[in-house]
Design a protein around this ligand. Structure first.
Ligand code: PXG
Length: 287
């Protein structure tokens, strides 16, 4: 495995950054998780926009242009001969001293690209659907740390994941600071009721899979709503599914012990999975 660090390819055992890197010391940095299918990087430009927007708010100057970054990603995939894979792009603020003041960093962000193959959940979960719970840890208040930032500080999500794991679940719904459904620890959430697809409008990451699903739905004349969603609406939905680059689209059949719809993956969910799979194989930056 060859890993890209600041323009060089190194082996896994040599892929190291300093213990003074503020990404390690403070989670001070940004990241992206991207997928490639059949030698095409899915929604690469959208991932670049989100990465550079996170860096902009964090006031981290990424030392590559978007097109240089895209070229580096493609080169890493080629170097590792990966046709269907997962790409992790990491930009840290770089080395500094032991204080958190970014002005004392040396102004050299570290850029890391790792390509690998991952499957997040067992294949059978995609066929049978998963059971999830709501956890006590609420999603970050946007005025404290906006969930739209894909920063290296993922402790909010990790705390929620620990609560899910402690209760024997693989994924969890996080509510926003007002008590509405926000998203899951690493996925966006959709519900279906009376043929309408709904997804939370606030308090969540602007997921790229979420956006792709919304476009696919609209193109098939399915009504899509972005709005406030309560847990009651999730429990009484006909269908529920999660979206994310790592998870793709996964049906949810039980939430907090309540069966969703028939308790089996629903027709709209299966249709979205089918359309999404077709899209991933036929679009994206070729390499
Ligand atoms: N919400 C959150 C909080 C995420 O981290 C998504 C939604 C889905 O967004 P995209 O753009 O991928 O459709 C994510 C991204 C993991 C893992 O190990 C998951 C993500 C990122 C990194 C790791 O589960 N999901």
């Amino acid at each position: 495995m060859k890993i890209y660090i600041n323009g060089k390819f190194v082996s896994r055992k040599d892929a190291k950054v300093s213990v003074f890197d503020h990404g390690l010391l403070y989670g001070d940095g940004a990241f992206e998780g991207i997928r490639s299918y059949q030698r095409r990087v899915f929604k690469l430009e959208d991932h670049m926009d989100r990465l550079y927007e996170t860096a902009h708010t964090l006031m981290i100057q990424i030392p590559l242009t978007k097109s240089q970054m895209m070229a580096a990603i493609v080169a890493t995939l080629q170097k590792n001969n990966i046709s269907d894979g997962y790409i992790r792009v990491i930009v840290t603020r770089g080395e500094g001293d032991l204080g958190l003041d970014p002005r004392k960093c040396y102004g050299k962000p570290n850029v890391i690209i790792i390509t690998d193959k991952i499957t997040l959940y067992a294949r059978e979960l995609y066929n049978k659907g998963m059971a999830i719970i709501t956890v006590p840890t609420v999603r970050n208040n946007p005025e404290a740390l906006n969930p739209r930032l894909k920063s290296l500080n993922y402790l909010n999500n990790i705390l929620a994941k620990i609560e899910a794991n402690n209760s024997g679940y693989a994924e969890a719904i996080m509510l926003d600071h007002q008590g509405y459904v926000a998203e899951c620890t690493g996925d966006n959430i959709f519900i279906v009721k009376h043929g309408v697809l709904s997804t939370p409008s606030q308090g969540r990451l602007q997921g790229i899979t979420r956006d792709a699903v919304m476009v696919l739905a609209k193109n098939s004349k399915i009504v899509v709503e972005e709005r406030f969603i309560t847990r009651h609406e999730v429990y009484t939905a006909e269908e529920c599914f999660l979206t994310g680059t790592a998870a793709e689209i996964i049906p949810v059949v039980k939430v907090d012990g309540r069966a969703i719809g028939t308790g089996k993956p629903g027709a709209m969910t299966l249709k979205m999975i089918k359309m999404f799979r077709a899209l991933t194989g036929q679009s994206g930056v070729k390499y």
